[in-house]
Design a binder for this molecule. Structure first.
Ligand code: ATP
Ligand code: MG
Length: 417
């Protein structure tokens, strides 16, 4: 049990629980203790219930990524920095959508999903259409070349998000960049009223350059859809690994937290608060390096203290549970929760009696580190899961913490080995 706690909190907790329930999140996003902890959790960035429906279960998603990795190959280095190291996939049953290997690289078999999507929705018109006319080739500063769907050979599906599908693709033009093409249906964005959020996500991500943050190389749109050209994460989703392993070793957890701390440090230096850190938002590069892949709840807040409720229930810090303003220190709390979940296989404040109880535990900082966790890791968790935001261990100190330094590999790559 951590020593830092707060006084009477039940009123604030109940208000928050009601707020969450009203948003249709409660039962869906609470991890069920005693069951598999690592079912993919919806981001609160997609709060409307309709949007969480697209969140396929782990079982449903096993054919999408990671399982067919055969070997790595190099593609000629290109100026834009697009994926150099990529995955070669063995396709045993090529169908009509099969693409040819280029530079010895296969992008797999296209399933026709972009054309046959059941619900591409109506054409979006008027002001919102303008807001969603996102095109990186038309940006005043640092415009990219012009892209459209015909610029790519489409390969295997990588997954399905709440607003559309993600494919492994290759540019037809030399030098045949490999990227993950994420499609977002405009009508669904509009229906959910998240146009500004999507624009913000794109604006934030396109300016970020860090080895542990998925790059956004470019974007374009057609009448009904927006397409994002994302750095391809060759080893897929981290939460799938976590669900396969149950929990991670101390070494593996420490290396991931090292990379997270580095990426968060970079984000905070740019005045970006992530606010939705959890295994479901993390991807793995081809060398097993961690990549933050989702910016749905990020906020660019220079000197700004925010009061919006956001983040995933299990990862919410006390200041959010209690409806207080919050700062970039929310990410430090989430880093503590993540460390705990990696090492223990479940988040620290999870409660069998429901959401209300979870929030009460968060507000009281009521958690216990099992004895299987090393004293160094326990120390880091307890320095991050601190009630007073300003007393949480700063990222510079996290990066120097004995549990982090102990497992850091001497080579520059921080990939899992
Ligand atoms: P959302 O981000 O809308 O909350 P989501 O995380 O379920 O929902 P997406 O981010 O659209 O959906 O991605 C869907 C899936 O596609 C991911 O879970 C992942 O498996 C795969 N994917 C997404 N981006 C990449 C990428 N850059 N590289 C490899 N696979 C990716
Ligand atoms: Mg995502």
């Amino acid at each position: 049990m951590a020593s830092n706690s707060t006084t009477s909190t039940s009123q604030a907790v109940e208000t928050l629980t009601k707020q969450i329930s009203d948003m249709g999140l409660a039962s869906k996003s609470t991890r069920q203790p005693g069951t598999s902890h690592h079912q993919k959790q919806p981001s609160q960035s997609k709060l409307p219930t309709k949007l969480t429906a697209g969140n396929a279960s782990l079982k449903d998603r096993t054919n999408t990524s990671g399982s067919t990795v055969a070997k790595h190959a190099n593609v000629p280095h290109v100026k834009s920095g697009l994926s150099k190291q990529i995955t070669v996939v063995n396709e045993s049953n090529p169908k009509s959508g099969t693409t040819k290997d280029v530079n010895g690289v296969s992008i797999g078999t296209y399933d026709g999903g972009l054309e046959s999507d059941e619900n591409p929705g109506p054409v979006v018109e008027g002001e919102v259409a303008e807001a969603l006319a996102l095109d990186s080739s038309k940006l005043g500063e640092r415009p990219t070349r012009e892209w459209n769907l015909h610029s790519f050979e489409i390969g295997r599906p990588l997954g399905k998000g709440k607003f559309g599908r993600v494919y492994m693709v290759r540019t037809k033009c030399e030098p045949h960049y490999i990227t993950a093409l994420k499609c977002l249906h405009k009508s669904e964005i509009v229906e959910s009223g998240v146009e500004k959020q999507v624009r913000r996500e794109i604006e934030i991500q396109r300016n970020l350059r860090h080895p542990n943050i998925i790059r956004l190389y470019g974007f374009f749109h057609d009448e009904k859809r927006i397409f994002l050209m994302l750095e391809f994460a060759g080893k897929g989703e981290l939460y799938k690994q976590l669900s396969k392993c149950g929990k991670f070793s101390e070494k593996r957890s420490s290396r991931y937290i090292d990379q997270m701390a580095d990426a968060l440090s970079y984000l905070h230096s740019k005045h970006v608060i992530h606010r939705d850190i959890k295994p479901e938002n993390l991807l793995l590069g081809i060398n097993g390096e961690l990549k933050i892949g989702d910016f749905g709840w990020s906020v660019h807040a220079p000197g700004n203290r925010r009061k919006t409720l956001c983040g995933t229930p299990d990862y919410l810090p006390p200041e959010m549970v209690l409806g207080k303003t919050h700062s970039e220190k929310v990410d430090l709390w989430a880093l503590g929760v993540l460390t705990y979940e990696f090492l223990c296989g479940a988040p620290p404040f999870e409660c069998s009696s429901g959401l209300n109880a979870t929030y009460k535990r968060i507000a009281k900082v009521d958690f216990r580190v099992p004895s299987s966790v090393s004293p160094e890791a326990k120390d880091l968790i307890e320095r991050l899961l601190v009630f007073v935001p300003d007393r949480r261990l700063p990222l510079t100190e996290v990066l120097k913490h004995p549990w982090i330094v102990k497992y850091r590999s001497r080579s520059s790559s921080k990939g899992e080995s």
